[in-house]
Design a protein around this ligand. Structure first.
Ligand code: SF4
Length: 378
C-alpha cells in the first residue's frame, strides 16, 4: 500500500486531559468496529456489560450512544476502557480520531481533521507551504471499485489545485478566484471521465501565465460583479451558514443584518491589511479542504461541489475572523482563530446535514462563480 499524508500528520499527539474541548465529551455517537464489539461482548465483566448496553445497531453498523459525552471518561478526563482493558482494546475511531483516511485499492490518503483543536493548531501555525509525503506500508489493498485512470487524472489535477492554493505570488483571494474560474471545466471533464482533458487542464494550471491571465480576466469581470452588489453576496454567504443547525454558539456568528453587513464591508480593508501576515492560515485551511474532499470525485464525480465547497468554506472561515475584527476593532488572536476554525470544522464540516446545505446551495445557484468572485473582491 502507498500511503500519502501531509507533513503535519506524524506530528500529531492528542493533548488529552489538557484539551479544552475533549472530543470524548462532544456527545457524538461513535461507530464501534466489529473486532472491538466482539471483544466487549466477550468481556463478561461489569464494564463489558455497561459497554454493551450503550451500543445500538443501525443500518448494519454498531454505534455507542453518548448524548452527554462518553460515559467511560473518568472524572480526571482519562479513558476507563483503556485503563481497564489496555489501549489496544479501545475502538478504531477512538484510537484514530482526528485522523482521517481515504482508500483507493493499494493507494491510501491520510490527514488530520480540523475538528480537533490540536490538529487546528498544527494547521494554522504551519507557516511554510504544506508538503505531502508518500511511503509504502504492508496494509492489504481495499476492494471497493473505482477507475484507476480517473483516479490518476483527478490526483494530478488536485495536485495543481493545491499548487495554486499555495502560490504565494498571488493573494489568497486571488488564488480562490483562480480555483473558482477553473471549476466548470474540471467538473465537466470529471463527469465525462475525460482523463485527457483533465491532463490538459492540469498542464494549463501549472503555467504561471495562465494563472495570471485568469486573475486579470476576473479583475475585469469583478468590476461588473462588484457593481451588482458585494453586500448581497456577503448576505448570501452568511445566509447559507446561518440556516444550518449548530450545537454551540457558532450560529450566532452567522446571523447578519444589512447594517452589520455594511459595517463589515467598511472594515474589510483594515481587516485584510491586518490579517495579511497570517494568510498562510487560510492557505492551509484551503489546502486541507482540497486535499481531503476533492479526491472523492474520482468515485462520485462531484468535482464542482467539492471545489466550490472548498472555496466557500475558506471564505466562511475568513468571514468569521473578519466579523470579529469588525466588532472588536482588532484581529482575533491566534488562540481565538484556532478555536473558530475548530468550531467551524466541528459544526459544519463534520455535520453531514450542514454540508448538504452547502452542496445544495452550489447545485441550485446558477451564478455561483460570480457570487464567490464578488466575495473575493480582488
Ligand atoms: S479533540 Fe484532539 S486533542 Fe482534544 S482530546 Fe480529542 S483528539 Fe485529543
Amino acid at each position: 500500500m502507498t500511503l500519502r499524508y501531509p507533513d503535519i500528520f506524524p506530528k500529531f499527539t492528542c493533548t488529552g486531559t489538557s484539551c479544552e474541548d475533549n472530543c470524548c465529551k462532544m456527545g457524538w455517537d461513535i461507530e464501534i468496529d466489529e473486532n472491538t464489539l466482539d471483544y466487549y461482548r466477550s468481556l463478561g465483566t461489569p464494564l463489558g456489560e455497561r459497554l454493551c448496553s450503550s451500543i445500538y445497531e443501525e443500518d448494519g453498523c454498531c454505534y455507542m450512544s453518548q448524548p452527554d459525552g462518553c460515559p467511560f471518561l473518568t472524572g480526571d478526563g482519562l479513558c476507563s476502557v483503556q485503563q481497564e482493558c489496555g489501549a489496544e482494546h479501545i475502538s478504531d475511531i477512538c484510537r484514530e480520531h482526528p485522523r482521517f483516511y481515504e482508500w483507493f485499492g493499494d493507494y491510501k490518503e491520510a490527514g488530520l481533521g480540523l475538528c480537533c483543536e490540536e490538529a487546528a493548531r498544527l494547521v494554522l501555525t504551519h507557516e511554510r507551504p504544506m508538503l505531502f509525503t508518500e511511503k509504502q506500508t504492508d496494509e492489504a489493498p481495499d476492494d471497493l471499485e473505482f477507475s484507476g485512470e480517473l483516479l490518476r487524472a483527478v490526483k494530478t489535477v488536485r495536485d495543481r489545485l493545491i499548487d495554486v492554493a499555495q502560490d504565494r505570488g498571488f493573494s489568497v483571494m486571488q488564488r480562490l478566484v483562480i480555483l473558482t474560474y477553473c471549476c466548470e471545466d474540471i467538473s465537466e471533464a470529471v463527469q465525462d471521465e475525460d482523463c485527457e482533458r483533465l491532463k490538459q487542464l492540469s498542464g494549463m494550471l501549472a503555467i504561471d501565465g495562465f494563472r495570471m491571465e485568469i486573475v486579470i480576466q476576473a479583475q475585469n469581470d469583478t468590476e461588473k460583479i462588484k457593481q451588482a452588489g458585494t453586500a448581497e453576496a456577503l448576505g448570501r454567504l452568511f445566509g447559507v451558514f446561518g440556516r444550518m443547525e449548530y450545537m454551540g454558539s457558532l450560529g450566532e456568528k452567522f446571523e447578519l443584518d444589512a447594517v452589520q453587513a455594511e459595517k463589515m464591508l467598511a472594515a474589510e480593508n483594515g481587516f485584510a491589511e491586518g490579517y495579511s501576515p497570517f494568510e498562510h492560515e487560510l492557505e492551509n485551511v484551503l489546502v486541507y479542504f482540497l486535499y481531503r474532499y476533492f479526491i472523492k470525485c474520482a468515485r462520485d464525480f462531484s468535482a464542482e461541489e467539492r471545489l466550490y465547497a472548498a472555496v466557500y468554506m475558506t471564505l466562511a472561515v475568513r468571514a468569521l475572523f473578519w466579523r470579529e475584527y469588525t466588532e472588536k476593532g482588532s484581529l482575533p488572536d491566534l488562540n481565538r482563530r484556532i478555536l473558530l476554525v475548530k468550531e467551524f470544522s466541528k459544526e459544519v464540516e463534520y455535520d453531514s446535514d450542514n454540508m448538504d446545505i452547502i452542496y445544495e446551495e452550489i447545485q441550485t445557484t446558477p451564478d455561483m462563480r460570480d457570487t464567490l468572485c464578488s466575495l473575493c473582491r480582488i
